[in-house]
Design a protein around this ligand. Sequence first.
Ligand code: NAP
Length: 252
Amino acid sequence: MTVLILGGTAEARELAAALDAAGVPVISSLAGRVARPRLPVGEVRVGGFGGPTALARWLDEHAITAVVDATHPFAERISASAAAACASAQVPLLRLERPGWTASPGDDWHWVEDLSEAATAPDVLGAARVLLTTGRQGLAAFAHDDTRWYLIRCVDPPQVELPAHHEILLDRGPYTPAGELTLIDAHRIDVVVTKDSGGLLTAAKLQAARARGLPVIVVRRPRRQDVPTVRTVAEAAIWATHSAHVEVILED
Ligand code: NAP
């Protein structure tokens, strides 16, 4: 009767805390990408499983009775792996995915399909100084650009080729609108590039861009597998608690 939470998000940590408080046994799983991850309460394992077949085996070996995929909206591979593994191991799977951001009056957002398109968009907009907040893994898409200046904000130092003119800012949310305004002004930013991550922790840059009338290039979320999905931690907690109780009844 153990729930596996595939994590790496604030929602995954909140869910682990809620289930722990409700007495539901939980294991949280992290990829191990960042040097100092924020850890959820309860048991935690770190590192890839080795693909869907290995994950299915792991589910069986650890007597996992339900899986909540609460990974980031842009973490495609682990979600695909979870869908395949849960199908083959016959373990119920729920996707917990926070809603994306929606533009407000005064926003000047430009939606793009992926990071490659995001890398060419500042040129289309005639921008010269870019606040780049898409995370360190996709930075290679911008490496070819030797004309613009980039303020690259990420949690850990990037280990890929970077655009010729840049400054690295190691930081992690939550950010405040006042802090983001200061950053934008200090570096004379004229365009912001972001993924549609959603949530409150990193949304302040959108308010700051609106206040300064700056365009924002927003990378659309990747298409998802057809998995039952909820938007809130409360809904996922109910589902996981119910799954745990059903398992107890079946065992009795
Ligand atoms: P990804 O491309 O979907 O995953 C790559 C591989 O990393 C997966 O195939 C899996 O390895 C392993 N992995 C990913 N998440 C895992 C987890 N929670 N537990 C165990 N293994 C995991 O993911 P990503 O985009 O590199 O993101 C890595 C992690 O960072 C995710 O957990 C995500 O929630 C978090 N995150 C991602 C972003 C983003 O923008 N992508 C932003 C914030 C946080 P195996 O195939 O070997 O199992």
